[in-house]
Ligand binder design. Structure first.
Ligand SMILES: [Zn+2]
Ligand SMILES: [Zn+2]
Length: 395
Protein backbone atom coordinates (compact mmCIF):
# COMPACT_ATOMS: atom_id res chain seq x y z
CA UNK A 1 0.00 0.00 0.00
CA UNK A 2 2.89 2.33 0.75
CA UNK A 3 4.08 1.94 -2.84
CA UNK A 4 0.68 2.84 -4.18
CA UNK A 5 0.67 6.03 -2.15
CA UNK A 6 4.08 6.97 -3.50
CA UNK A 7 2.88 6.36 -7.03
CA UNK A 8 -0.26 8.40 -6.52
CA UNK A 9 1.82 11.22 -5.05
CA UNK A 10 4.26 11.09 -7.95
CA UNK A 11 1.46 11.02 -10.49
CA UNK A 12 -0.25 13.88 -8.73
CA UNK A 13 2.96 15.83 -9.00
CA UNK A 14 3.38 15.11 -12.72
CA UNK A 15 -0.25 15.93 -13.31
CA UNK A 16 -0.14 19.25 -11.51
CA UNK A 17 3.01 20.27 -13.31
CA UNK A 18 1.73 19.31 -16.74
CA UNK A 19 -0.29 22.46 -17.11
CA UNK A 20 2.71 24.58 -16.22
CA UNK A 21 5.90 23.60 -17.96
CA UNK A 22 7.88 26.00 -15.81
CA UNK A 23 7.19 24.09 -12.65
CA UNK A 24 10.05 22.25 -11.10
CA UNK A 25 10.20 18.59 -10.23
CA UNK A 26 10.31 19.38 -6.53
CA UNK A 27 7.46 21.83 -6.46
CA UNK A 28 4.45 20.91 -4.43
CA UNK A 29 0.96 20.50 -5.71
CA UNK A 30 -0.48 23.99 -6.01
CA UNK A 31 -3.20 25.31 -3.73
CA UNK A 32 -6.36 23.28 -4.07
CA UNK A 33 -4.50 20.02 -3.49
CA UNK A 34 -3.48 17.18 -5.73
CA UNK A 35 -5.82 15.90 -8.42
CA UNK A 36 -8.54 13.53 -7.38
CA UNK A 37 -8.84 10.08 -8.91
CA UNK A 38 -11.67 11.50 -11.03
CA UNK A 39 -9.36 14.18 -12.41
CA UNK A 40 -6.64 11.63 -13.11
CA UNK A 41 -9.06 9.42 -15.02
CA UNK A 42 -10.54 12.27 -17.05
CA UNK A 43 -7.01 13.43 -17.95
CA UNK A 44 -5.69 10.04 -19.11
CA UNK A 45 -8.80 8.14 -20.19
CA UNK A 46 -8.43 8.48 -23.96
CA UNK A 47 -11.27 6.08 -24.92
CA UNK A 48 -13.62 7.60 -22.31
CA UNK A 49 -14.66 4.30 -20.70
CA UNK A 50 -14.15 5.84 -17.26
CA UNK A 51 -11.27 3.55 -16.35
CA UNK A 52 -7.59 3.42 -17.26
CA UNK A 53 -5.99 0.60 -19.22
CA UNK A 54 -2.21 0.04 -19.24
CA UNK A 55 -1.96 1.73 -22.65
CA UNK A 56 -3.61 4.88 -21.33
CA UNK A 57 -1.27 5.43 -18.41
CA UNK A 58 2.40 6.25 -18.39
CA UNK A 59 5.20 7.00 -15.97
CA UNK A 60 4.90 5.85 -12.37
CA UNK A 61 1.25 4.84 -12.71
CA UNK A 62 2.28 2.45 -15.49
CA UNK A 63 5.19 1.12 -13.43
CA UNK A 64 2.95 0.17 -10.52
CA UNK A 65 -0.13 -0.68 -12.55
CA UNK A 66 -0.43 -4.20 -11.23
CA UNK A 67 -0.19 -3.08 -7.59
CA UNK A 68 -2.97 -0.54 -7.96
CA UNK A 69 -5.13 -2.86 -10.08
CA UNK A 70 -6.19 -4.79 -7.00
CA UNK A 71 -8.71 -7.07 -8.78
CA UNK A 72 -6.22 -7.66 -11.64
CA UNK A 73 -8.78 -7.01 -14.39
CA UNK A 74 -6.34 -4.92 -16.42
CA UNK A 75 -8.04 -1.62 -15.62
CA UNK A 76 -7.58 1.01 -12.94
CA UNK A 77 -10.99 2.12 -11.74
CA UNK A 78 -11.86 5.19 -9.69
CA UNK A 79 -12.36 2.90 -6.74
CA UNK A 80 -8.89 1.39 -7.06
CA UNK A 81 -7.28 4.79 -7.48
CA UNK A 82 -9.21 6.19 -4.52
CA UNK A 83 -8.19 3.28 -2.34
CA UNK A 84 -4.59 4.40 -2.64
CA UNK A 85 -5.41 8.01 -1.93
CA UNK A 86 -7.78 7.45 0.94
CA UNK A 87 -5.50 5.38 3.12
CA UNK A 88 -3.20 8.17 4.20
CA UNK A 89 -3.87 7.63 7.88
CA UNK A 90 -6.65 10.17 7.86
CA UNK A 91 -4.36 12.96 6.74
CA UNK A 92 -5.74 15.55 4.37
CA UNK A 93 -4.15 15.55 0.93
CA UNK A 94 -1.05 17.66 0.43
CA UNK A 95 -1.61 21.36 0.34
CA UNK A 96 -5.24 21.04 1.33
CA UNK A 97 -4.67 22.74 4.67
CA UNK A 98 -3.61 25.94 2.92
CA UNK A 99 -6.87 27.72 3.60
CA UNK A 100 -8.30 25.62 6.40
CA UNK A 101 -9.16 27.42 9.63
CA UNK A 102 -7.15 25.64 12.32
CA UNK A 103 -7.99 27.90 15.25
CA UNK A 104 -10.20 25.26 16.90
CA UNK A 105 -7.42 22.65 16.68
CA UNK A 106 -4.97 24.39 19.00
CA UNK A 107 -4.17 22.39 22.10
CA UNK A 108 -3.34 24.97 24.74
CA UNK A 109 -2.39 22.44 27.41
CA UNK A 110 0.73 21.32 25.56
CA UNK A 111 4.07 22.63 26.85
CA UNK A 112 5.75 24.88 24.32
CA UNK A 113 9.26 26.23 23.90
CA UNK A 114 9.68 29.34 21.75
CA UNK A 115 12.06 29.43 18.77
CA UNK A 116 15.56 30.54 19.77
CA UNK A 117 16.90 32.74 16.97
CA UNK A 118 20.39 32.85 18.53
CA UNK A 119 21.00 29.38 17.11
CA UNK A 120 20.95 30.62 13.51
CA UNK A 121 24.27 31.44 11.80
CA UNK A 122 23.71 35.19 11.61
CA UNK A 123 25.91 35.81 8.54
CA UNK A 124 23.55 33.59 6.54
CA UNK A 125 20.48 35.69 7.36
CA UNK A 126 20.24 38.45 4.76
CA UNK A 127 18.53 41.28 6.59
CA UNK A 128 18.10 40.21 10.19
CA UNK A 129 15.23 38.33 11.81
CA UNK A 130 12.03 40.37 12.21
CA UNK A 131 8.84 39.73 14.16
CA UNK A 132 5.52 40.18 12.38
CA UNK A 133 1.95 39.19 13.14
CA UNK A 134 0.73 37.04 10.26
CA UNK A 135 -2.50 35.11 9.84
CA UNK A 136 -1.70 31.42 9.53
CA UNK A 137 -4.71 29.26 8.69
CA UNK A 138 -7.16 31.53 10.48
CA UNK A 139 -4.94 32.20 13.49
CA UNK A 140 -3.26 35.60 14.05
CA UNK A 141 0.26 34.49 14.91
CA UNK A 142 3.41 36.33 15.92
CA UNK A 143 6.05 35.00 13.53
CA UNK A 144 9.74 35.29 12.87
CA UNK A 145 10.33 36.38 9.28
CA UNK A 146 13.77 36.10 7.71
CA UNK A 147 15.35 35.66 4.31
CA UNK A 148 18.38 33.61 3.22
CA UNK A 149 20.22 32.62 0.05
CA UNK A 150 19.80 28.98 1.08
CA UNK A 151 23.56 28.36 1.11
CA UNK A 152 25.45 26.12 3.48
CA UNK A 153 28.51 27.82 4.96
CA UNK A 154 29.65 25.27 7.54
CA UNK A 155 30.22 22.58 4.90
CA UNK A 156 30.99 22.44 1.19
CA UNK A 157 28.04 21.99 -1.22
CA UNK A 158 28.53 19.10 -3.68
CA UNK A 159 29.90 17.13 -5.38
CA UNK A 160 26.86 15.36 -6.84
CA UNK A 161 27.47 13.49 -10.13
CA UNK A 162 30.72 11.71 -11.04
CA UNK A 163 32.10 12.51 -14.52
CA UNK A 164 33.62 9.15 -15.48
CA UNK A 165 32.74 5.56 -14.63
CA UNK A 166 36.16 5.23 -13.00
CA UNK A 167 35.61 8.18 -10.63
CA UNK A 168 35.68 7.20 -6.96
CA UNK A 169 33.15 7.98 -4.22
CA UNK A 170 35.01 11.21 -3.39
CA UNK A 171 33.89 12.66 -6.75
CA UNK A 172 30.17 12.26 -6.10
CA UNK A 173 27.42 12.31 -3.48
CA UNK A 174 24.86 9.80 -2.26
CA UNK A 175 21.66 8.17 -3.51
CA UNK A 176 19.02 6.22 -1.64
CA UNK A 177 16.74 3.32 -2.36
CA UNK A 178 14.45 1.36 -0.03
CA UNK A 179 15.64 3.26 3.03
CA UNK A 180 19.33 2.65 2.34
CA UNK A 181 22.00 5.22 1.48
CA UNK A 182 24.41 4.38 -1.35
CA UNK A 183 27.66 6.19 -2.08
CA UNK A 184 27.55 7.30 -5.69
CA UNK A 185 30.71 6.62 -7.68
CA UNK A 186 31.49 6.06 -11.37
CA UNK A 187 31.08 2.36 -10.68
CA UNK A 188 27.65 2.89 -9.11
CA UNK A 189 26.51 4.83 -12.21
CA UNK A 190 27.90 2.14 -14.51
CA UNK A 191 25.92 -0.54 -12.65
CA UNK A 192 22.52 1.22 -12.54
CA UNK A 193 20.95 -1.23 -15.03
CA UNK A 194 21.84 -4.03 -12.64
CA UNK A 195 20.90 -2.01 -9.53
CA UNK A 196 17.39 -1.32 -10.81
CA UNK A 197 17.10 -4.54 -12.90
CA UNK A 198 16.26 -2.44 -15.97
CA UNK A 199 18.35 -2.47 -19.15
CA UNK A 200 17.21 1.00 -20.15
CA UNK A 201 19.62 2.57 -17.68
CA UNK A 202 22.72 3.83 -19.48
CA UNK A 203 24.07 7.04 -18.06
CA UNK A 204 27.52 6.69 -19.62
CA UNK A 205 28.98 6.91 -23.11
CA UNK A 206 31.21 4.36 -24.88
CA UNK A 207 34.34 6.22 -23.69
CA UNK A 208 33.26 5.92 -20.05
CA UNK A 209 32.26 9.55 -19.57
CA UNK A 210 29.00 10.06 -17.68
CA UNK A 211 26.13 12.12 -19.07
CA UNK A 212 25.74 14.98 -16.57
CA UNK A 213 23.66 18.16 -16.88
CA UNK A 214 26.53 20.67 -17.05
CA UNK A 215 24.80 24.00 -17.73
CA UNK A 216 21.86 25.92 -16.31
CA UNK A 217 19.91 25.18 -19.49
CA UNK A 218 20.55 21.44 -19.12
CA UNK A 219 19.60 21.58 -15.43
CA UNK A 220 16.31 23.31 -16.28
CA UNK A 221 15.56 20.70 -18.96
CA UNK A 222 16.22 17.76 -16.64
CA UNK A 223 15.17 18.87 -13.14
CA UNK A 224 11.40 18.75 -13.72
CA UNK A 225 8.76 16.01 -13.83
CA UNK A 226 8.43 15.94 -17.61
CA UNK A 227 12.16 15.47 -18.18
CA UNK A 228 12.97 16.55 -21.73
CA UNK A 229 13.68 13.64 -24.05
CA UNK A 230 17.33 14.58 -24.55
CA UNK A 231 18.04 14.47 -20.80
CA UNK A 232 16.53 11.05 -20.14
CA UNK A 233 19.33 8.80 -18.92
CA UNK A 234 21.30 11.61 -17.30
CA UNK A 235 22.83 12.23 -13.93
CA UNK A 236 21.04 15.45 -12.96
CA UNK A 237 23.08 18.10 -11.20
CA UNK A 238 22.29 21.79 -10.79
CA UNK A 239 24.89 24.12 -9.29
CA UNK A 240 24.16 26.70 -6.56
CA UNK A 241 25.73 29.38 -8.81
CA UNK A 242 22.90 28.95 -11.34
CA UNK A 243 20.40 30.38 -8.85
CA UNK A 244 22.57 32.61 -6.71
CA UNK A 245 20.16 35.55 -6.76
CA UNK A 246 17.28 33.48 -5.40
CA UNK A 247 16.08 34.35 -1.93
CA UNK A 248 14.05 32.15 0.40
CA UNK A 249 11.87 33.79 3.05
CA UNK A 250 10.89 31.76 6.10
CA UNK A 251 7.79 32.57 8.16
CA UNK A 252 7.86 30.59 11.42
CA UNK A 253 5.69 31.06 14.54
CA UNK A 254 7.70 32.56 17.43
CA UNK A 255 5.92 30.17 19.80
CA UNK A 256 4.74 26.95 18.14
CA UNK A 257 1.11 25.95 18.57
CA UNK A 258 0.48 22.22 18.92
CA UNK A 259 -2.55 21.04 16.94
CA UNK A 260 -4.64 17.99 17.75
CA UNK A 261 -4.59 16.92 14.11
CA UNK A 262 -1.52 16.48 11.95
CA UNK A 263 -0.91 18.74 8.97
CA UNK A 264 0.42 17.62 5.61
CA UNK A 265 3.07 19.75 3.98
CA UNK A 266 2.11 22.78 1.98
CA UNK A 267 4.23 24.27 -0.76
CA UNK A 268 7.93 24.82 -0.25
CA UNK A 269 10.23 23.93 2.61
CA UNK A 270 9.15 22.04 5.71
CA UNK A 271 11.83 23.50 7.95
CA UNK A 272 15.15 25.27 8.18
CA UNK A 273 18.65 24.37 9.30
CA UNK A 274 20.62 26.88 11.39
CA UNK A 275 22.54 27.85 8.23
CA UNK A 276 19.31 29.09 6.61
CA UNK A 277 19.02 26.18 4.16
CA UNK A 278 15.59 24.62 3.94
CA UNK A 279 14.61 21.06 4.69
CA UNK A 280 12.42 19.86 1.83
CA UNK A 281 9.60 17.33 1.59
CA UNK A 282 10.67 13.98 0.07
CA UNK A 283 12.36 14.12 -3.33
CA UNK A 284 9.93 12.75 -5.97
CA UNK A 285 12.11 9.76 -6.73
CA UNK A 286 9.44 7.93 -8.71
CA UNK A 287 9.31 10.67 -11.34
CA UNK A 288 13.09 11.02 -11.33
CA UNK A 289 13.65 7.29 -11.82
CA UNK A 290 10.87 6.94 -14.41
CA UNK A 291 12.96 9.15 -16.74
CA UNK A 292 16.05 7.04 -16.01
CA UNK A 293 17.68 9.94 -14.27
CA UNK A 294 19.14 10.18 -10.81
CA UNK A 295 19.65 13.44 -8.92
CA UNK A 296 22.19 12.57 -6.23
CA UNK A 297 22.38 14.42 -2.92
CA UNK A 298 25.82 15.51 -1.78
CA UNK A 299 27.30 13.77 1.26
CA UNK A 300 25.56 16.40 3.42
CA UNK A 301 22.11 15.40 2.17
CA UNK A 302 21.52 18.39 -0.11
CA UNK A 303 21.21 19.25 -3.78
CA UNK A 304 20.00 22.16 -5.90
CA UNK A 305 16.82 22.69 -7.87
CA UNK A 306 15.70 25.68 -9.93
CA UNK A 307 12.86 26.60 -7.55
CA UNK A 308 14.51 26.70 -4.17
CA UNK A 309 18.24 26.46 -4.70
CA UNK A 310 20.22 24.28 -2.31
CA UNK A 311 18.02 22.23 0.04
CA UNK A 312 18.22 19.10 2.18
CA UNK A 313 16.39 15.79 1.82
CA UNK A 314 18.50 13.99 4.41
CA UNK A 315 20.22 14.81 7.68
CA UNK A 316 23.69 13.23 7.65
CA UNK A 317 25.44 14.98 10.54
CA UNK A 318 27.14 17.76 8.54
CA UNK A 319 25.13 20.78 9.60
CA UNK A 320 25.41 22.93 12.71
CA UNK A 321 24.05 21.14 15.77
CA UNK A 322 23.13 22.34 19.25
CA UNK A 323 24.36 19.80 21.77
CA UNK A 324 21.98 18.87 24.59
CA UNK A 325 22.98 18.71 28.27
CA UNK A 326 21.46 15.23 28.64
CA UNK A 327 21.93 12.23 26.32
CA UNK A 328 19.25 13.42 23.89
CA UNK A 329 20.17 13.84 20.19
CA UNK A 330 21.42 17.31 19.17
CA UNK A 331 19.10 19.95 17.78
CA UNK A 332 19.55 20.59 14.05
CA UNK A 333 16.93 23.20 13.13
CA UNK A 334 13.26 24.14 13.20
CA UNK A 335 10.22 22.91 11.33
CA UNK A 336 8.06 25.62 9.71
CA UNK A 337 5.60 25.22 12.59
CA UNK A 338 8.28 26.40 15.04
CA UNK A 339 8.86 23.05 16.75
CA UNK A 340 12.52 22.06 16.94
CA UNK A 341 14.00 19.23 14.89
CA UNK A 342 16.66 16.99 16.43
CA UNK A 343 18.96 14.36 14.96
CA UNK A 344 17.78 10.77 15.04
CA UNK A 345 20.30 9.16 17.39
CA UNK A 346 21.04 10.03 21.01
CA UNK A 347 24.53 10.00 22.54
CA UNK A 348 24.29 6.24 22.97
CA UNK A 349 23.47 5.75 19.29
CA UNK A 350 19.81 4.94 20.00
CA UNK A 351 16.78 6.25 18.08
CA UNK A 352 13.60 7.14 20.03
CA UNK A 353 11.00 4.39 20.01
CA UNK A 354 7.88 6.44 20.78
CA UNK A 355 7.68 8.80 17.78
CA UNK A 356 4.24 9.75 16.46
CA UNK A 357 3.11 9.68 12.83
CA UNK A 358 5.03 12.88 12.06
CA UNK A 359 8.28 11.78 13.72
CA UNK A 360 7.72 13.77 16.92
CA UNK A 361 7.26 13.19 20.64
CA UNK A 362 7.20 15.08 23.96
CA UNK A 363 9.71 15.26 26.75
CA UNK A 364 9.87 17.49 29.83
CA UNK A 365 12.92 19.45 28.76
CA UNK A 366 12.06 20.08 25.11
CA UNK A 367 8.28 19.91 24.96
CA UNK A 368 6.98 18.63 21.62
CA UNK A 369 9.77 18.19 19.05
CA UNK A 370 10.69 16.16 15.99
CA UNK A 371 13.48 13.73 15.21
CA UNK A 372 14.79 13.65 11.63
CA UNK A 373 14.18 10.42 9.72
CA UNK A 374 16.92 8.00 8.66
CA UNK A 375 19.20 9.53 5.99
CA UNK A 376 18.13 6.88 3.44
CA UNK A 377 14.42 7.34 4.10
CA UNK A 378 13.94 10.40 1.83
CA UNK A 379 11.84 11.93 4.59
CA UNK A 380 13.17 14.33 7.24
CA UNK A 381 9.66 14.78 8.70
CA UNK A 382 6.51 12.85 7.84
CA UNK A 383 4.00 15.59 8.67
CA UNK A 384 3.61 18.59 10.97
CA UNK A 385 1.87 18.65 14.35
CA UNK A 386 1.93 22.42 14.76
CA UNK A 387 0.23 25.40 13.14
CA UNK A 388 2.35 25.64 10.00
CA UNK A 389 4.29 28.69 8.86
CA UNK A 390 5.65 28.64 5.33
CA UNK A 391 8.53 29.44 3.00
CA UNK A 392 8.53 31.58 -0.12
CA UNK A 393 11.13 31.69 -2.89
CA UNK A 394 11.81 34.87 -4.83
CA UNK A 395 13.65 34.38 -8.12
ZN1 LIG B 1 15.45 18.06 -4.04
ZN1 LIG C 1 13.33 13.58 21.50
Amino acid sequence: MKNILLVIAAVAMCFSCKSNQEKNIEQQTPKGGRPTATELVSEMDSNKDNKLSISEVKGPLADDFSNIDSNSDGFLTLEELNKGEGSQGGRPPRGSNANKDLSAEINISAKVIPVNTDYFISENILDGIKKETIELNGVETLCYVFTTNSRATEHQMGPWCPRHIEDGMDKAGIWFEDGKVYDVSGHFIAKLAEFYSDDKWELFRADGTIKVTETEEECLGAAKPDVEEEYQNYCVECLPEFFKNQETTFVIPVTPKYLNSTQSFGRGGIGVAFNGVNFDPPAPTHAILAAHTIAPLDDHGGHVNPHGGYHYHAVTGSIKEIEQTDTHAPMIGYAVDGFAIYGLLDKNGKAPTDLDECGGHFDDQRGYHYHAGEPGGNQILKCLHGLPGYTEVKE
